[in-house]
Design a protein around this ligand. Structure first.
Ligand SMILES: *Cc1c(COP(=O)(O)O)cnc(C)c1O
Length: 376
């Protein structure tokens, strides 16, 4: 048999090897300067990210979950306030709502795009609704224009969870284009290593165009202080450390390449897997670019787990994002009424390896193994 490179879900090491000299020098420089906290790279990276996304203000923080928590704190939401959040997503957005004593109101997602959708948001509006957290899942934008219009009409805040879709661009019905994360009152993202822009540890950031909110966010992330040892509001401690900022400063220059590599890999999967009856390939929404944080299939006929096991037996990793909708988690248990697609997707989705270092040969191997499973 031919010598085969091991296929990974995400290849962080391969990606590092391409920029090793640059990254090593930048990290060494931070250590040499010993400016570990709030060193110059933090401000430089925040400015570069603001320029890249078009956000007026970018405030770095410790991780993506902190970003969501800081957003809700900075908006001054009060215990009992209702915050709308999708049932089919990573736990972080619902978790910070609950942690702050707010009420997570779970809504269904669009079956084709996996994303938060206005038609489900409209149904759960009450006089206590204060905010909505659309999650741009797997690499493309939610359809934001109707969500923003609805929020404006009802005085709701919009906090985008953009942890998976940094680099994606949304097109408004009038043709205006803006980066995800800059569409609502506040955008939140994560630099967890496997994210599209990942650092070498934990990191996150918030985006806003509103200068007053930017100041509240900065204060909230810094113990509620503007002037050292003067604590005007209750805050927390959440910082992006300088070494991570130095890594991110370099990787941000490559983000467009990284997104293109993911899109090319997705296009290859599409051509290799097209025509397999039991598969639904990912749908690209007309109003968003897709930066393919995940390449997520829907498997018909209840065969998802069997396919996953078959791939594993051939040394091909795959992942189920996410195996349980939030209302089936013990901590967020609910009756699941109106969450039909969230349930269906949790039972049928399977994400294939997707990263910037995938090559055609690996993808042919993966696709051929998928086809073999359905031929048996
Ligand atoms: C990764 C992720 C987060 C949390 O980011 P961390 O940096 O791990 O705290 C939040 N929401 C979504 C959708 C994510 O994928």
């Amino acid at each position: 048999m031919q010598e085969q490179q091991k296929i990974q879900m995400v290849d962080l090491h391969g990606q590092y090897m391409r920029i090793k000299a640059e990254v090593d020098a930048a990290v060494a420089e931070v250590i040499d300067s010993s400016a570990f906290i709030n060193g110059p790279a933090v401000g430089r990276f925040a400015s570069a990210l603001a320029q890249y996304t078009g956000a007026a203000h970018v405030i770095p923080c410790g991780n993506g979950t902190d970003a969501l928590q800081i957003a809700l704190m900075a908006l001054g939401l009060k215990p009992g306030d209702e915050v709308i959040v999708p049932a089919f997503t990573y736990v972080a957005s619902a978790e910070v709502i609950a942690l702050l004593g707010l009420r997570p109101i779970l809504v269904d997602v669009d079956r084709e795009t996996f994303n938060t959708d206005i038609r489900f948001i409209e149904r759960v509006l009450t006089p206590r609704t204060r905010a909505v957290i659309p999650v741009h899942l797997f690499g493309q934008s939610c359809d934001m224009a109707p969500i923003l219009d609805f929020a404006a009409a009802h005085g709701l805040y919009v906090v985008e969870d953009n942890a998976q879709s940094l680099g994606a661009v949304y097109t408004f019905p009038d043709g205006r284009r803006r980066h995800t994360g800059t569409l609502g009152h506040i955008g939140c993202t994560s630099f967890f290593p496997s994210k599209n822009l990942g650092c070498y540890g934990d990191g996150g950031a918030l985006f806003t165009d509103d200068p007053a909110l930017a100041e509240r966010i900065r204060m909230t992330a810094n113990h509620g202080q503007k002037v050292k040892y003067h604590h005007d509001i209750v805050g927390c401690n959440s910082r992006l450390d300088t070494i991570q900022a130095a890594v991110l400063e370099i990787k941000l220059r490559h983000l467009d390449e990284y997104c293109s590599a993911r899109r090319e890999a997705a296009a290859r999967y599409r051509s290799l897997l097209d025509g397999v009856d039991a598969l639904e390939l990912p749908a690209e929404a007309p109003f968003s670019t897709h930066v393919y944080h995940q390449y997520t299939l829907k498997i018909r006929g209840g065969l998802r787990d069997a396919l996953k096991d078959f791939l594993a037996s051939r040394g091909i990793p795959s992942m189920v994002y996410y195996p349980l909708p939030l209302h089936r988690q013990k901590a967020y248990a609910g009756d699941g009424r109106g969450l039909k697609f969230a349930e269906e997707l949790a039972d049928s989705v399977l994400s294939l390896p997707m990263h910037t270092e995938l090559d055609g040969q690996m993808q042919e191997m993966i696709a051929e193994t998928v086809r073999e499973f359905f031929r048996r």
